[in-house]
Design a protein around this ligand. Structure first.
Ligand SMILES: [Zn+2]
Length: 142
């Protein structure tokens, strides 16, 4: 049950989750980190404890430059969640960062969701601030 005086925010990840804690800690500095295997070169995304290519544990963190493109998107026109209800209509998109990770996020900084987003469109990271962590969103590159 919602606490009456607590501001409504988007659901946030738990920093206690071992595989993804390193990723979310880096978002405190507005860094989008991903893992590369030093053993076999596989890009590992989402973050985890072992390489999905060679099943070994030689994963190293790297930081994205923060640029990518829209892989796919949908316009959300209705939501039952109190936070997202206040955003409709908004764009939910899969974004491919130039380094390889594909993640689900919101496109912000647009005036009209019906016309301002296209597949293949260049975007850059922007951060929604939440104190212990920040949420990576994207906006079109000017
Ligand atoms: Zn590997």
């Amino acid at each position: 049950m919602a606490e009456p005086n607590k501001p409504v925010t988007r659901p946030l990840p738990k920093l206690s989750e071992l595989d993804t804690a390193g990723f979310w800690r880096a978002t405190q500095e507005k860094k989008f980190n991903y893992q590369l295997c030093a053993n076999c070169g596989t890009l590992v995304w989402h973050p985890r404890a072992h390489c999905t290519g060679c099943l070994d544990g030689q994963l190293e963190w790297h930081t994205s430059a923060g640029l990518g493109e829209i892989y796919s998107f949908s316009i959300i026109r209705q939501s039952y969640h109190p936070f997202f209800r206040g955003l409709v209509p908004y764009v939910l998109a899969y974004v491919d960062l130039d380094e390889g990770p594909r993640f689900l996020t919101n496109v912000v900084g647009i005036e009209n969701p019906d016309t301002d987003v296209q597949i293949g469109q260049r975007v850059e990271l922007v951060w929604e601030e939440h104190g212990d962590l920040n949420i990576p969103l994207v906006r079109p590159v000017a």
